[in-house]
Design a protein around this ligand. Structure first.
Ligand code: ZN
Length: 313
């Protein structure tokens, strides 16, 4: 009787482990790490012929960057003079591998706005990009931003704080002015107008988030470290070393959520939310999607601010 029970228990344990292994393995990269649950099917949208011709005949400047929100900054500052491409396509993650077609476009770029915050994509690819396009000027978007140390590395997600975005926009201006000094005043005026908008939004966000009863929020992937720092909030990440939380972690996070009066876990689009859902069920909360990589920067961040304010008040 006793041994039958043990066998039954063993079978249950093995089944649970098997289910866990199967559901977690979908999120792992070949090196066993899952850095951010990017959509493996996300693809780069190549430059169309018209854009390509305008770059080749010198009527437009091609500016490359690592993440989609940077293309918004580049277009705001560069206006009609630029075409911006993001080397990590919408929906893809930190360990995305650029396609050959993408490298072809990059070989024509005049400027690269590097995040410069130990972004894994840049660590893996910048050397190749620079080698294959030696005419490309590389500007560090993080210049002037105090980076957040995260263990032995740096939190790469500088763009999720509007305060950091203001500095990134200023650095974008510097890059464009450096490669196209003839149009410096145009870029200055564009940058000033957009920085004014960002400063007004920053003030709005500061007020909106100033008197929340809870200052702690739970997220799946820790993309909001700079946002949390700059608006006096605490981000609690559920992802452990880039992986789904294990069952023991789920219990731990349920308790943390209860202790900190947390009612919601924020996740990104296209992520595996098995662990987040299990935790939310454990403390009777909900899973809510916010996007750290949307292009329409102010509009998207305003929505994020509103959601946080609503869920944390
Ligand atoms: Zn990330």
């Amino acid at each position: 009787m006793k041994s039958k029970k043990s066998i039954l228990l063993l079978t249950v344990v093995l089944t649970v482990l098997l289910i866990a292994a199967v559901s977690f393995s979908g999120c792992l990269d070949s090196d066993g790490h899952d850095h951010d649950h990017g959509d493996p099917n996300a693809t780069y949208d190549p430059l169309d012929n018209e854009s390509l011709n305008s770059v080749l005949n010198g009527s437009k400047i091609l500016v490359a960057a690592s993440v989609v929100p940077q293309t918004e900054f580049i277009e705001k500052v560069g206006g009609d003079n630029v075409i911006a491409i993001s080397m990590i396509p919408a929906g893809a993650g930190h360990t995305y591998d650029p396609s050959p077609r993408q490298l072809e476009d990059l070989s024509k770029a005049d400027l690269y706005m590097q995040l410069g915050s130990d972004e894994p994509f840049e660590t893996n690819n910048m050397k190749t990009f620079i080698e294959m396009n030696q005419n490309m000027t590389v500007i560090n978007s993080s210049d002037g931003i105090t980076l957040i140390q995260s263990g032995s590395s740096t939190d790469p997600h500088i763009w999720t704080s509007p305060k950091c975005a203001i500095i990134m926009v200023e650095n974008t201006y510097k890059g464009l002015a450096a490669i196209d000094p003839a149009n410096e005043s145009y870029y200055r005026a564009n940058a000033d107008a957009y920085i004014e908008e960002l400063e007004a939004f920053d003030a709005e966000l500061t007020t909106e988030l100033s008197d929340l009863s809870s200052r702690n929020f739970m997220v799946y992937h820790p993309a909001w470290g700079y946002f949390a720092r700059d608006y006096n909030l605490t981000q609690i990440s559920v992802e452990v070393d880039g992986k789904e939380p294990a069952p023991k972690d789920i219990t731990k996070f349920i308790n943390i959520a209860k202790e900190n009066n947390i009612s919601v876990i924020f996740v990104q689009e296209q992520v595996s939310i098995t662990g987040a859902t299990a935790i939310a069920e454990g403390f009777g909360g909900e899973v809510y999607i916010i996007d750290p990589l949307a292009k329409n920067y102010v509009e998207n961040m305003r929505y994020v601010g509103q959601v946080l304010a609503e869920k944390m008040s």
